[in-house]
Design a protein around this ligand. Structure first.
Ligand code: FES
Length: 193
């Protein structure tokens, strides 16, 4: 059975069958949805569903929390259409392929002389990130809709990007980055901005 999937607000339309995930169908149609693990674990492929029915092959994937489900979020790498579906993905077609949402792993974490924190993040697989330019910013997606916007630092290591976090310790997420984040922890980022 084939269904029509529409991405708003760009009004991009593609078909997806009851035997493939929305991500697989989108990539086959050359639509560049963000994704990472493709196993339901990282949340990089999370988008908002406006209308329609989807199902997951087994249980609800681990990256999808109850509040995400209540907010109408789905994971495209696992979701299979059971009807025509409308998705809301503002970054598709607006920012085109310049802005990426990706899962990364913390490769290193260093305190800098000015008291700020440098995080070196490993990109997934062979993913290439757009080139560094001065004053570029990146968002760290902190979950439950919270976003931490930080500066990008120059880094010549392949498949790594470096971020500079200002010590704003009244912000609980910044405090977490300084005090609790460990090497190999996962962070979802979006950028460059
Ligand atoms: S790509 Fe990781 S949860 Fe879908």
């Amino acid at each position: 059975m084939n269904y029509t999937i529409t991405i708003q607000p760009a009004n991009i339309v593609f078909n997806s069958s009851s035997k493939q995930t929305l991500l697989a169908a989108a990539l086959l149609a050359d639509i560049d949805l963000p994704y990472g693990c493709q196993g339901g674990a990282c949340g990089a492929c999370m988008v908002s569903k406006v209308e329609g029915e989807i199902r997951y092959p087994t249980e609800t994937p681990p990256a999808l929390q109850d509040e995400d489900i209540r907010a109408g979020k789905i994971l495209c790498c696992q979701a299979i259409a059971s009807s025509d579906v409308i998705l809301d993905i503002p970054e598709i077609g607006t920012y085109k392929d310049k802005i990426l949402t990706l899962p990364t792993r913390v490769a290193d974490k260093k305190l800098l002389d000015d008291g700020s924190l440098e995080l070196i993040l490993k990109l997934p697989g062979q993913q290439i990130f757009p080139a560094y330019t001065a004053n570029q910013q990146i968002e760290i997606l902190a979950g439950a809709g919270k976003i931490c916007r930080v500066d990008r630092l120059e880094n010549n290591e392949e498949q790594h990007i470096s971020l500079k976090i200002t010590p704003k310790m009244t912000d609980s997420f910044v405090k977490y980055l300084f005090e609790s984040l460990k090497k190999r922890d996962m962070l979802r980022i979006r950028g460059p901005l």
